[in-house]
Design a protein around this ligand. Structure first.
Ligand SMILES: [Zn+2]
Length: 304
């Protein structure tokens, strides 16, 4: 699993900082999460092939999370893209894009498929061969979802020495990895657990931005390997966080600690702060494994 941060700052742009967008690659499948202005340039800069993106997830319709979408969609058309593009986002996103396409007389070479979201409950929105994606309802000034990506468990692992000892034919391996028992020629049934080990452990990633401090997401993201949580403010501006429905670094740390996640990545820093290290320090007062997102930074995860 690899996460590439294309941008992670909030609201107003600065020379070297980009608004929210990130690319998550799981088992060769590529997902774009949020699409702030400049995302297509950031994709180029980070050498991510446009054609690999088949699913885009938009957390909410604030500009710093979606103003890059029309540019990217239009560029895909200029490149004569053929595969469908799926867009998951709040109700209204289809109108938002289609108005711009119509007014600018932009004709696309491919199909745009919108999946509009309005549920206040977690919902599974995508299931591919290798990954499932569900919404994490968040609390913000407008309707907002985070997204939880879970690698699907693979097949059970064959105990080859046992299978060979019992002279079980290879033709049966396909059903054995799916959990089937085996009947020997003698009529004796060998339980699957004697022939296999459980599937390999899988990885999970939760993206939570933008949101006020919302401890009730803890249950849904319990034990995820990696949590990206917004930290727009530091505790000294807790009142501002409350007013604007954002979180402080410490609050992000509390969520990570309560959910017992493997690693916490902070982002969405307000432009008022000069040094992002302060965010790390503050979150570390409650949770040990804290990393800071920055434009162009890559995080790679392997199972032990
Ligand atoms: Zn927002």
């Amino acid at each position: 699993m690899e996460l590439c941060i294309l941008g992670c700052h909030s609201a107003t742009p600065k020379a070297s900082l980009n608004p929210t967008s990130q690319v998550l690659e799981v088992n060769g499948e590529v997902f774009l999460i949020d699409c702030g202005e400049g995302t297509q340039v950031q994709l180029r800069r980070n050498r991510i092939r446009f054609s690999r993106i088949k699913h885009i997830f938009i957390s909410h319709l604030h500009g710093d999370h979606c103003f890059g979408l029309i540019g990217l969609i239009s560029t895909f058309g200029l490149l004569n893209r053929q595969p469908d593009l799926n867009i998951y986002g709040p109700k209204g996103i289809e109108n938002f894009i289609k108005h711009q396409l119509a007014l600018t007389k932009t004709h696309l070479s491919y199909q745009l498929i919108f999946h509009e979201l309005e549920s206040e409950e977690p919902k599974k929105i995508l299931e591919t061969e290798k990954v499932s994606v569900e919404t994490i309802p968040l609390q913000h000034r407008i309707y907002t979802n985070g997204f939880l990506f879970k690698e699907k468990p693979g097949d059970r692992q064959l105990l080859l020495d046992v299978l060979q000892e019992l002279s079980i034919e290879k033709a049966y391996y396909k059903s054995i990895v799916k959990g089937k028992d085996v009947k020997l020629a003698s009529g004796k049934i060998i339980k699957n657990e004697e022939l296999t080990l459980p599937p390999k452990k899988t990885l999970s990633y939760a993206f939570c931005s933008d949101t006020a401090f919302k401890p009730d997401i803890v249950k849904q993201i319990q034990d995820v390997d990696v949590l990206y949580h917004e930290a727009t403010f530091l505790e000294k501006h807790e009142d501002l966080a409350y007013k604007t429905m954002h979180s402080t670094a410490k609050q992000a740390g509390i969520i990570a600690q309560k959910a017992k996640v493997g690693e916490l990545i902070l982002g969405h820093y307000s432009a008022r702060y000069r040094d992002t290290e302060d965010f790390k320090e503050e979150a570390e007062t409650v949770f040990d494994n804290v990393k800071l997102a920055s434009s162009g930074k890559k995080f790679t995860y392997h199972l032990a």
